[in-house]
Design a protein around this ligand. Sequence first.
Ligand code: IMP
Ligand code: MG
Length: 175
Amino acid sequence: MIRPPGQPYLSAPQIRRRVRTLAASIHKTYRNRPLTIVALLKGSVFFVVDLLRHLDPDTEVEFWNISSYQGTRSTGKIRGLHHCRGNFVGRDILLIDDILDSGLTLDRTRAHAKKLGARTVQICVLLSKKRKRVHAVKARWVGFSIKDEFVVGYGLDLDQRYRALPSIRTLPKGV
Ligand code: IMP
Ligand code: MG
């Protein structure tokens, strides 16, 4: 196994405990309403699977494969949204992403889910960077508020690397 990059930031047990409490809160909120989860790929893949283990078995799941990042910077554009579909008419949608940064990704995906007929759209992110957002997006559920640093692991990547790390680590900016 290669030496992991950067510095440790959030351990696997810390993430596991937090995911469990988030799932309990989501479960309570949607108790009597059929829920569709929309997971943004690829960054949310560990997070959504771990959440789903604690949600209702009839929760529906869609995966939307979109991207905006190159290296440690956002390109300012979302690629892949026109392929994203789902049977959303009249349904409650919960968007799941790994991290809320500028707000671009969740702003655009929320608008797309509404266009597909969603009754409500809420947002759940594992991480939220403490910074000024370019797009006004508020997540109803946030796992951890983190400083404005580049992080990898538990699904988060740097140019497709390090997703498989079980914990989250910080990398120096501009790598
Ligand atoms: P936003 O569109 O600027 O809010 O960025 C959200 C997307 O950028 C996320 O879905 C991530 O894929 C990616 N991203 C933002 N910050 C980081 C980071 O620190 N590490 C890895 N990916 C990130
Ligand atoms: Mg991503």
